[in-house]
Ligand binder design. Sequence first.
Ligand code: GAL
Length: 662
Amino acid sequence: MVTHVIYGGDYNPEQWTPEVWEEDARLMQEAGVNRVSLGIFAWVKMEPAPGQYDFTWLDQVIDLLHAHGVQVNLATPTASPPPWLIRLHPEILPVTADGVTLWHGSRRHYCPHSRAYREYASRLVTALAEHYQNHPAISLWHIDNEYSCHENGCFCDASVEAFRQWLQKRHGTLENLNKAWGTAFWSQTYTDWQEIQAPKRTPAFINPSQKLDWERFCSDSWIDCFEDQKVILRRTTPNIPITTNFMNFHRSLDYWKLAAAENIVSLDCYPDTSLPDWRVESGMGWDMMRSLGGGRPWLLMEQAPTHVNWRQRNTTKRPGIMRLGSYQALAHGSDGIMFFQWRASVAGAEKFHSAMLPHVGTDSRVWREITSLGGELQKLDEVLSSRVQAETAILFDWENWWALEGQAKVSNDIRLLPQVKAIYTELFQRNISVDFAHPESDLSRYRLVIAPHVYLVSERSAKNIDQYVAQGGTLLMTFFSGIVDDNDHVRAGHMPVPFSNLLGLWIEEFVAYAEAQTNVVEAANGQGYPCELWSDIIRLTGAEVLGHYREDYFAGSPAITRHRYGKGTSYYLGTELARDGLAWLLDQACAEAGVRPVLEAPPGVEVTSRSNGTHTWLFVLNHSDVEAWVKLPAPATDLISGSRVESLMQLGARQVAILRLS
Ligand code: GAL
């Protein structure tokens, strides 16, 4: 349980001398820093030679930090095995689908299936945990760093063998595997487990079911690595919570599964703030993190104080933007604000990445903004542990993402994230709070559930969605949903087979559009809304039409429908609507479901709320470049300024208010 809003960043004392550590501790105190993540890439410093552990330098750093009121997220430094380990065990290095070995000299150069790697990592973690088990400065374990960042599965021999074992567990017999993979196609039938390969480079399309199992396997392998370490840490330090840092909507790791294994979800978030919709993208990531943790507060583990160094052009966060983005994380349920990194490196691949303490030192805009935010956050302790309540959920499932974006579809331009983002953007702009939900999870608390491109559905999720509507929920489903089962086999018949009753329709034909092709949906409100990419040719079995196509051989046929089902209502969208059309449709669905904004506010003003049962706080963020007037539901106290605000509040450009409602 944290008692102060967490504030700080990644700290790499191994890059500095003890004199610098002293200065760091003093400046951290000045900046209001109360937490750092330590040791993330310090394997070789902790274990300079095989089995020789040296924590003396780290003891000194941690004691110093503790004396200055700074708590520690202690990292297991397993994301960057030292060169001596690669010399002893070159088989640790990962291999790509083309058979190319990825070398050390960078980071994350390890195969998750390497026995040597796993053994060395476990021994080091054991030594680290035993050494620090009673240190009062350790508040959180930070396992590894950004699992599966940079690599997309290892294809070495050990990985192929591990894949075979994983498949045996999943399918039991070769007969089942052949069935699940549909291997009658192209003479792929397996007669021995040893014949099975990873989806390495092939002449033509790889078997999609094989590929899907591979994605599941790779994701599970990272989770296994996490579990190895978690078991050790749990045993040694049962009371210290555990996390590993996530990367927003990261495709190759099923975050639902990994989040279920940690105590607190943490996120590294690096929006490109030169893009107008950065705040939407950030918001989407924040909401996903909160949802992954079942609504519990999460932690912003890393963000850039200003620029990163890994884009082609690394633009600065302009004055006020870092602060605004930080408050946005709190507004969406984080209990802390942390950065990569504390002090700017002078050597290595990240020496031009920004830091809380820049190369130029404390006489700088960045430092002033950092210290000023650190001071402000000290006034916000009362919001800790409070929660954001959302009445709307967007369904999101990694397995669906992998299957949907596999090869050889009717249109290979159906992409999950752009669709999710288009929907999320509309809700965000209306100040409607959104959760993400797994399709198999309990949906009963949501008034509105949106199912974008839920292409792969298990029996369980199909039933769950059906029941949700039957019992009174409102659903909006978009095209290419309910198409395959969890082996990526087509559910043939009146598509979408699992949802055709619930939607009151079936689809006779898929029409993929050519690149420049468009159409228009004539909507029930008399407007014509442009659409592109795709049309389902819909046959009605009970649904009513809310919009039909204007052009082409299917002109006049339904594009948008609504159906009363059980106690609920389902909407279906059979095409890709441009913005205005999507906005109109979402307005219909929200009105039907009774979903309301947290607060009506002028354009560019974001409002969220957090509450703890006793108090409710409104977070009001003016993202626009002009001052805004916001009408509040009741008089309130602004925690940052300490002043009382009456029902009409003035908020300057890029300013923030955190209001405790009376
Ligand atoms: C993160 C990573 C950090 C640092 C940062 C730079 O993805 O966890 O170690 O590399 O990016 O933006």
